[in-house]
Design a protein around this ligand. Sequence first.
Ligand SMILES: *Cc1c(COP(=O)(O)O)cnc(C)c1O
Length: 388
Amino acid sequence: MAYNFFSQALAQLKQDGQLRQLPRLEHSGKWIVRDGKTMLNMSSNDYLGLANDAQLCEQFLQKYQQNLPHFTSSSSRLLTGSFPIYDEFEQLLAQRFQRQAALLFNSGYHANIGILPAVADKKTLIIADKLVHASLIDGIRLSEAKYLRYRHNDMGHLADLLTKHHQDFERIIIVTESLFSMDGDEADLLQLVAFKQQFGNVLLYVDEAHAIGACGKTGLGLAEELGCIQHIDFLVGTFGKALASQGAYVVCDQVVRDYLVNKMRPLIFSTALAPFNVAWTHFLFEQLPSFAARRQHLNRLSEQLRSQLAPMMTSPMPSQSYIVPYILGDNHRTLNLAQHLQRQGYYCLPIRPPTVPKGTSRIRLSLTADMTETELAQFIDCLRKEIQ
Ligand SMILES: *Cc1c(COP(=O)(O)O)cnc(C)c1O
């Protein structure tokens, strides 16, 4: 039978303890309900706690009243799918980032699998951090460029690769996340900018998926915090995480935007985001600077969790943010601990290879600004009791 191949592959995954299934979850604010059990969501990307803010939702609907934006764009933006809200939002993005241009995409995945193949040809070398997101890897694979990877955040290794190869290519694109999704650590963006100046033919591609909204004085990400927005050629971010919506953007020079409009296949050949969705993202993004108190609270929670967890780990605590891995190393112990924490009312998920390197299985904790310090302290107590 033609389907034997599929069932055998699934059986193998099951045997290896790697079978993935879609969980049945209900949501109730910051809590998750599964099989009748209510758990505090410790695995959400809703870093600012905007997703469950009923007041914001109400204000948005009030703003439009009977004239709600369209629920579909019915077409690619290059045909009939362009609505004024797109341009308005792109102008707002460009203005906030103080850059020439911005361009919206359907998702971060679309952005990352679309931009790299459009801008990188055979004369391009892409050098990516070892831990970049799967969507970036897929974008690299779809491109015609040669590619290399440097050890995670190892600037010495990257310098060696640049020195060795920069004369053999017309351009080199360095690809990194700003805040890494599994370790919660930060890329050395200032050193990357320095490489640009040192080598001349280097472009920077930075994915701020986990940092936009929650990092930076006005929420514009790690590049804002480090004062290097102007030096990043492709500054990408997504709206599905701290911005409580969906979609993505690149902030760049006008010539890059014009080029992408002509060459980027996921932009050209996919129905644009619904205007309703873009209006909602625009509504939240407009208010981003005013969410400073949420960012501060999130930072306090993060410090609390990191400082208490670090002494409980046998390996160093990598996190510098609200994404805090509790690294156990062993697969089975990680799975058992996640299950125990769930029974205790905390929705914690085990992350194991191949998602993370072998021997670094962990519980990936992510904090949101709608958690309280008391809730977090209770969680830490629960974790401490279990591992002692
Ligand atoms: C989540 C994520 C994406 C994908 O963004 P979507 O909008 O969910 O498709 C891309 N890059 C990184 C680093 C991410 O964490």
